[in-house]
Ligand binder design. Structure first.
Ligand SMILES: [Zn+2]
Length: 181
């Protein structure tokens, strides 16, 4: 699947590169932002830059907190530098998406939008299923490793609607994995 690397969305260099880790989970988030009307790749890249800027300048983090961003258009963009390289090597990197050490040692996926009570676009859902399938495949993880941010700390994230869809997400990933293996 196509994952846009940090260089492809003009990410800033990180303050420090993250250490590798052994993933056991996939943690699902939403950005809790209003999705834009511009459906171009450039709009998705702009969102990735805005999140990185917020995480580095407001939160004081080394880099983007998450590992991957799925835009409303269904584009998948690398977050923290080194995430894609680690994924391809069957590993993860220490990130800052969950406020929980075990969760941060595994991949965090941000989904553009606010999914408290409204559904995500089909294109975004399909990309999320594909990305989770790819991660499970590369890391030898079972679909039941897919969790929501609220499983690790007191937060609304990833929204009631998306959280309630996690069983369906696990099932869709399991079906994909059966087809591949
Ligand atoms: Zn979250």
């Amino acid at each position: 699947m196509k994952i846009y690397r940090t260089a492809e969305w003009q990410a800033r260099p990180p303050r420090a590169y993250a250490r590798r880790s052994t993933p056991t989970l996939i943690v699902i988030h939403h950005t809790a932002t209003k999705p834009g009307k511009d459906l171009s790749l450039e709009a998705a890249a702009g969102l990735a830059r805005a999140i990185q800027r917020h995480h580095m300048d407001a939160n004081g983090w080394d880099d983007s907190g998450h590992n991957f961003l799925v835009s409303v258009q269904g584009y998948v963009l690398e977050g923290r530098h080194g995430s894609l390289e680690a994924l391809e090597a069957g590993e993860s990197i220490i990130s800052a998406h969950s406020g929980n050490a075990a969760a941060n040692a595994s991949f965090g996926i941000e989904n553009e939008g606010c999914y408290g009570d409204c559904p995500m676009p089909d294109e975004q859902w399909r990309s999320l299923v594909e990305l989770c399938t790819f991660i499970c495949l590369k890391q030898g993880l079972a679909p039941d490793c897919i969790k929501g941010h609220r499983d690790f700390r007191a937060t609304e994230c990833p929204g009631d609607w998306l959280y309630a869809k996690l069983p369906e997400l696990r099932k869709a990933v399991a079906i994909n994995l059966e087809k591949i293996q």
